[in-house]
Design a protein around this ligand. Structure first.
Ligand code: ACO
Length: 702
């Protein structure tokens, strides 16, 4: 829920600096100086027990001595004085406190941080930080940071978790001629986080694009919901640090182990229609492109080049970044043959050849602009001796402006020596999207198209999946009463039945005779597995036998399984063996659902079986989901073509697979106490799906 007062964080009517120092080298002085010299129009109150005056302003000895209303305080006193300062701000009814001070949870001082936040929240004050460099808001000309004095106003909002990088980015934006609507540092995110700021930026007319630098998430479920709302209206570019899988390795299920936080982050960003950049430079380039360019009217793109090699590099990059090359060769020939030498190519890339001059490019740009079938252009240039780059720069800039008016995105890539580099720098300063590597130019276009496609998607209603969860919850209660963390096979079977997911026929045998009778009733071939509350990983102890074809094999397997389990787990209480139908045909998939510590309820599907963790061909989504999103998720698996039927095989029951994923999602989301459901393999053939092996874990907390 958006804080109704959040606008006062961006447009405070009065700002106090707690710890405004008389020493010009201190952070408390710099923050005050930046606020005053940045042109902030509201009232500014320096606060320092020494009193006096600073930068022409009277210094209050206590914030409560100030007469006017104060919406924002910037706290810049040492960590041990922050709690007291926060208390005084609360008395003054300050709405937002930007705690710049370091020395809290980032160095293990969690208790103090918690005490401060709890007090602030109890007294109606929100906290940004601690451990931040402050924030800039163009709407109120407020530079409440200890970063550079002058920040160029514009339409890009940047939210950063790292303070130092944030300050560096302010410098970088100045060099790159990037204008900011907001620069906010969220630091330890002890109270306000990216989601709170996004909710405001979504409504903020001054912000056209949002860029986020993120290291870790505290409330992933809310973040994803807010991102999904935001990207329906504005592009969001995310750059995330931290690709570690360490945390995930400890997880108890495949879904957990495969959910390396970075991979899953990637999937969830796609689901939220966020464009994820690999580096800060890329993120800034994309943000600038989004901020200066309208979305295209379609997906047909052409590459115009004077070199074959660079054209091929760009073509490869187009494939990687999902940029679609227009391939109606008749239309292309008609548009471009006029300006083309006989040895050029009107196929896409449009190769004007090494003898091209500025006027050839100009004609090609004109032809693309006039052709309504062409929606965007990537222009490539390799330095040659036949024309001077200095003549080319005005052509580039003029065409860029014409294209912008016509809502046709165009990017340029110029490769060459000193003169070319100088032209790139000059054009960049004039906001022209120009790069020195074709890959970077195309990645920019790819980010634009990725966002374009998400905006073109019709909005859909999510249909609820109806499952009676009371049966499942009763099973979970029993498991918890027995202090187990996992369900036994018959309990998992009960869950599958409650969910309406087909399972193979099976029976529990408590003697050799029962094993033989059971196998004959089910029909050969059968599978045999040990049943014991004390054995979770059955194969590891030799507790599984597959493909038993007759009575003799059943007798041998029964004896072998009991022998193996007694030898490997002598203390395990063995309740019998499970005999089940051997599901023979079909594709083995894995479908899982879990409560992820960062992202909340998520589902996974992918290629299953015993090689699941080796192949890692899986995709993830956060819940809730609709059918279209589940289909997208299935299509993202590299081996999804197998489901369509290869080499004369019939198409598998994708509909049944979608249903299964939706059901797993609904149960993991709605059944309190479940932490993981994993069906591996879920065998999918042309007639339907069957959950052959199911592992269900309950949460150990609560
Ligand atoms: N109310 C108001 N002012 C007070 C109070 C009070 N209760 N108590 C002390 N002050 C005054 C002091 O008298 C001093 O003013 P003076 O210089 O005129 O005497 C001023 O507050 C500052 O106090 P100092 O003790 O001098 O503290 P100092 O400025 O050295 O450090 C700071 C304070 C900057 C908050 C420091 O503790 C800190 O956390 N530094 C790191 C900040 C940081 O890096 N944040 C993360 C940014 S992101 C990044 O990584 C770049």
């Amino acid at each position: 829920m958006e804080d109704p007062e959040i606008k006062y964080l961006f447009e405070p009517r009065g700002v106090a600096v707690i710890g405004a120092s008389h020493d010009q080298s201190k952070i408390g002085y710099k923050v005050l100086d930046n606020i005053v010299s940045g042109g902030y129009a509201g009232r500014v109150y320096p606060v320092n027990p020494h009193g006096g005056s600073l930068l022409g302003l009277p210094v209050c000895k206590d914030i409560n001595d100030a007469e006017g209303e104060i919406d924002m305080a910037c706290t810049v006193v040492p960590a041990n004085l922050v709690f007291d300062a926060v208390k005084r701000c609360a008395q003054k009814k300050v709405k937002f406190n930007l705690i710049i001070t370091s020395g809290f949870s980032e160095v293990g001082n969690r208790e103090e941080e918690k005490k401060i936040i709890t007090y602030a929240r109890e007294h109606g004050m929100r906290v940004m930080g601690p451990n931040i460099f402050g924030m800039f808001s163009a709407t109120s000309s407020l530079n409440a940071t200890f970063g550079p004095k002058s920040i160029r106003s514009g339409n890009i909002a940047i939210i950063t978790q790292s303070g130092a990088l944030g300050i560096a980015m302010i410098g970088k934006t100045a060099v790159e001629n990037i204008g900011l609507s907001v620069m906010a540092s969220v630091g330890n995110k002890a109270d306000l986080d990216e989601s709170d700021l996004l909710e405001h930026l979504l409504q903020d007319d001054a912000t056209k694009v949002i860029m986020i630098y993120i290291e870790g998430l505290k409330n992933g479920t809310r973040f994803i919901q807010v991102l999904q709302n935001t990207t329906r209206q504005k592009p969001v570019v995310v750059v995330k640090a931290g690709r570690s899988r360490r945390g995930a390795m400890a997880a108890a299920s495949h879904t957990g182990a495969l959910a390396g936080s970075d991979e899953i982050f990637d999937f969830l960003m796609k689901q939220s229609h966020v464009v994820r950049a690999e580096s800060l430079v890329e993120a800034l380039e994309w943000s600038k492109f989004f901020s200066n360019t309208s979305l295209p009217l379609g997906e047909n793109t052409v590459i115009v080049t004077n070199g074959g090699g660079i054209g091929v590099l760009a073509t490869d990059a187009c494939e990687k970044h999902g940029v679609k090359l227009y391939d109606d060769y008749d239309v292309l020939r008609e548009s471009f043959s006029e300006m083309m030498p006989s040895f050029g190519s009107t196929k896409n890339p449009i190769d004007l050849t090494g003898q091209a001059t500025s006027s050839h490019y100009d004609s090609a740009f004109k032809a693309s602009l006039e052709n309504s079938m062409i929606h965007s252009v990537t222009a490539l240039y390799c330095e040659t001796a036949v024309f001077d780059i200095e003549n080319f720069s005005p052509v580039i800039e003029a065409n860029y402006r014409k294209y912008n008016k016509a809502k046709k995105p165009i990017v340029f890539c110029l490769v060459g020596g000193e003169k070319t580099e100088a032209a790139i720098n000059a054009l960049k300063k004039r906001d022209v999207p120009v790069f020195s590597d074709p890959y970077d130019a195309v990645s920019c276009m790819g980010a634009m198209y990725s966002y374009y496609r998400s905006r073109m998607e019709p909005s859909r209603e999510r249909e609820p999946v109806s499952i009676d969860v009371s049966i499942i919850e009763a099973i979970i209660r029993k498991v918890k009463e027995e202090k187990r963390s996992f369900l036994l096979p018959d309990e998992s079977e009960g869950v599958m039945k409650a969910m309406g997911i087909p399972i193979p026929q099976r029976t529990i045998a408590r003697s050799l005779d029962e094993a033989v009778v059971g196998s004959e009733r089910i029909g050969y071939p059968v599978v045999m597995k040990i049943v014991s509350k004390d054995i979770l990983h059955k194969s590891d102890v030799g507790g599984v036998a597959l493909d038993l074809l007759n009575r003799k094999e059943v007798i041998e397997a029964y004896e072998a399984i009991l022998y193996n389990c007694r030898r490997e787990k002598p203390d395990a209480k063995i309740e019998g063996v499970e005999i089940s139908e051997m599901v023979q045909s079909g594709v083995e998939l894995i479908v899982g659902g879990r409560i992820d510590p960062s992202f909340g309820p998520i589902v996974m599907c992918g290629l299953g079986g015993i090689y699941v963790e080796v192949m890692k061909d899986v995709s993830f989504r956060a819940l809730p989901l609709d059918r279209k999103e589940v289909i997208d998720m299935i299509n993202e698996i590299k081996s999804h073509a197998i489901l369509l039927g290869v080499r004369g095989e019939k198409r598998k029951d994708i509909h049944g697979l979608v249903d299964t994923i939706m059901k797993v999602g609904a149960v993991i989301q709605n059944c309190r106490g479940l932490s993981d459901i994993e069906i591996n393999p879920l065998v999918v053939d042309e007639k339907g799906v069957k959950a052959v092996d199911v592992r269900i874990l309950v949460s150990t907390s609560g």
